[in-house]
Design a protein around this ligand. Structure first.
Ligand SMILES: C[S@@+](CC[C@H](N)C(=O)[O-])C[C@H]1O[C@@H](n2cnc3c(N)ncnc32)[C@H](O)[C@@H]1O
Length: 362
């Protein structure tokens, strides 16, 4: 790290602490503003994420007398500090990890502090996984099957070329983590009409549409600005998905409502490491209120005898089993069909995801 890197790094950290912006947005804006070149971006970005991942270690070095930039550089090279410093997480994340993983909590947090692989879901309507693997190899993109998801491939090299391939343009695959891929298997096999209430960019809807040709899928979200993206992706994949604004859902009933709820993202911290500093107790309280809102909406839109599938990419019990228990307690006609559980285990390639199915008894 030279003085130029140190200066931009200082600015990035100062802006992050002040605004708590998402790291990619913050760095992109800063780099553009300061005309930072490609190689320098990589160096500064790496150091910035060391600050995010090992913040308590950086603070220890500052306390011992180093400048912040020097402290980050030292933390970047440190491998043998106490785990709580090397893998820095606010208390809330420790407490929840201890609650769920007991003595394994520190190991889980160390894993969550690492990096996630790039994973794709092969569109099984277009071609089998092996065929897509072969065709990617012909374009110098090496991928291996994931042990978790039957249509998943972990991309080992050539990631940056993925979305530039003709295969991608023709809908042969989508970028999607293995845990998201397998989460849709919670949707009961006999479902005919499904609402994806919190569809975002449509990831879960697309995974379902590829596998279940008989299923009529409606996608919705309060962020209607993403509907164009859902439509575009559905068209590329050759799988029909109806998109409706929340107002247009009024009075409708579905066999299954999928709630891929807004959450802390504590299970995907390998992809968004800065979120641990952006989401604390207060934000969690707000998120839990949104989750409850989504569940209540899902309840109204589920036909008698139908099911609600509730998913989060979080390991925090307060967003998961505790949220579901409170919801079921308020609606005595709801019965657990599948026990609440983490769908993936820490330590592997897949992110952490929670899922449960409740049925509305007639
Ligand atoms: C975890 S993301 C969904 C990701 C998406 N299902 C996917 O697979 O790509 C949660 C989504 O819930 C939406 N949301 C939050 N509150 C909502 C509400 N009350 N009703 C509907 N959607 C809501 C957010 O806009 C966000 O897109």
């Amino acid at each position: 790290m030279n003085r130029y890197h140190a200066e931009i790094l200082e600015e990035a950290i100062e802006r992050f602490d002040r605004t708590l912006w998402k790291a990619d947005l913050l760095l992109t804006a800063l780099f553009r503003e300061r005309h930072v070149g490609k190689r320098d971006r990589a160096i500064i970005g790496d150091l910035f994420f060391t600050y995010i991942r090992s913040r308590y270690l950086v603070e220890r070095f500052i306390y011992e007398g180093m400048t912040r930039a020097d402290a980050v550089a030292r933390a970047h090279e440190t491998t043998d500090a106490p785990s709580e410093l090397l893998h820095s997480f606010p208390r809330m994340y420790y407490t929840a990890a201890e609650k769920r993983y007991g003595d394994g909590a520190l190991t889980v947090l160390a894993w969550l502090n690492g990096r996630a692989p790039t994973t794709i879901r092969v569109n099984c309507r277009r071609a089998p996984r092996d065929e897509v693997k072969k065709q990617l190899a012909a374009e110098s993109i090496r991928a291996v099957p994931t042990p978790v998801a039957p249509h998943g491939l972990i991309v080992v090299s050539g990631e940056s070329q993925l979305t530039k391939t003709t295969l991608y343009e023709k809908g042969f695959f989508e970028l999607q983590d293995d845990s998201s891929q397998i989460s849709v298997s919670l949707v009961p096999a006999d479902a005919n009409a499904l609402l994806d209430l919190c569809a975002g960019g449509g990831g879960k809807s697309l995974a379902l549409a590829a596998e279940r040709s008989h299923l009529a899928i409606t996608a919705s979200d309060i962020r209607v600005g993403r509907f164009a993206e859902i439509r575009r992706r559905a068209e590329r994949a050759g799988t029909p998905i109806t998109v409706l604004t929340p107002e247009r859902l009024t009075g409708k009933q579905f066999d299954v409502v999928l709630v891929d709820a807004p959450c802390s993202g504590s299970g995907v911290l390998r992809r968004n490491p800065e979120d641990r500093w952006r989401i604390g107790e207060k934000e969690l309280t707000d998120l839990r209120a949104s989750q409850r809102d989504c569940l209540e909406t899902a309840y109204r839109l589920t036909a008698s005898g139908g099911a609600i599938v509730y998913l989060t990419c979080s390991y925090l019990p307060s967003e998961n089993e505790e949220q579901v228990a409170a919801f079921c307690a308020a609606h005595p006609d709801l019965v657990l069909e599948k026990e609440p559980r983490m769908l993936t285990a820490p330590g592997g390639t897949a992110d952490l995801m929670f899922g449960v199915v409740v049925r509305k008894h007639p």
